[in-house]
Design a protein. Structure first.
Length: 93
């Protein structure tokens, strides 16, 4: 695992879905490591040990990453609020 390789997790609305506030939470091996603001549900990932820790979550080989997306207030009967989770792991290239 190269500590100079980076990844990212983005949460976006599926095309045609209503835009609502969302919070992205990441747990690494059961420990909460990141919580986004409602307006920016994305997080940078890196392989450990990354000098200077430029990402929000650093992972080692065989770590478990839990991705939790919390929807904000959604009125009933509105447009669907389906999402896409784009996961780009640090070792993808």
């Amino acid at each position: 695992m190269d500590p100079n390789k980076f990844g990212r997790i983005n949460v976006i609305e599926e095309p045609g879905s209503a835009v609502i506030p969302r919070t992205l939470k990441l747990n690494n091996n059961g420990i909460q490591r990141f919580t986004s603001t409602e307006n920016a549900p994305s997080c940078a990932l890196s392989n450990a040990p990354t000098p200077g820790s430029p990402s929000q979550v650093m992972m080692a080989f065989d770590d478990t990453l839990d991705i939790i997306v919390v929807n904000g207030d959604k009125p009933f009967g509105g447009a669907p609020t389906n999402i896409r989770i784009d996961v780009m792991t640090p070792d993808r290239y």
